[in-house]
Design a protein around this ligand. Structure first.
Ligand code: S6P
Ligand code: ZN
Length: 190
């Protein structure tokens, strides 16, 4: 492989040489939101873009470090903020780092045993996802929340576990403030 450099615009999250651009809309993640009535009501109006990912086409294998940017748009479904699907790594002992670039949000983490943590993210904050922790990011602000992620090339993604079990906690807007509550659907199969 040849060494390479890429330009990353901190304000937009766009990587100039990104070969991959993923867009996730509400219809791609309806099982992720706790308030299913709010999901269906929103989908009768439109199918909002929740987040985008810009990534580079690196080999997904041991020894590589993969990286990408994520842009989560502002908004809520019911009172739950726009967020990523969230996942465990398929190889669960693979860690990850995030660097906040713009906007504000939270990194929500959970273990199989049901432990949960929420870390505030904003520009300049580096957060660490240890081995064995599922992770999801959430935009609790009024502008796009943008961050850079880097993780081991062989980590892979397990979305199915979160799709089925959910996270133990939800971040919702209560009285205008981000508030962590228990997820009433946790471990209830969707
Ligand atoms: C990859 C890393 C991030 C997410 C991205 C979208 O390991 O954690 O790049 O892929 O933020 O989230 P998700 O849950 O849809 O992959
Ligand atoms: Zn990850």
């Amino acid at each position: 492989m040849e060494p390479f450099a890429a330009a990353l615009d901190f304000k937009t999250g766009i990587i100039d040489s990104a070969q991959q651009r993923l867009q996730r809309r509400l219809s791609d993640m309806r099982a992720m939101y706790a308030d299913r009535d709010a999901v269906e009501a929103a989908l009768t109006r439109d199918n909002p873009l929740i987040y985008e990912v810009y990534g580079t086409d690196l080999p997904e294998r041991e020894g590589q470090v993969l990286y990408c940017t994520t842009i989560i748009y502002p908004g809520t479904i019911g009172d739950e903020y726009y967020m990523t699907k969230g996942h465990f790594h398929a190889l669960r002992d693979r860690a990850e780092i995030y660097l906040g670039l713009a906007g504000e949000g939270y990194l929500l983490l959970a273990t199989d045993a049901g432990d949960a943590r929420a870390l505030k993210m904003e520009p300049g904050i580096v957060t660490y996802v240890p081995p064995y922790w599922a992770h999801r990011t959430i935009n609790c602000g009024d502008v796009p929340f943008i961050f850079l992620a880097a993780w081991p090339g062989d980590a892979g993604h397990d979305y199915a576990t979160i799709e089925t079990m959910g996270f133990p906690k939800l971040l919702v807007r209560r009285g205008g403030q981000p508030t962590l509550i228990d997820n009433p659907r946790y471990r209830v199969s969707s």
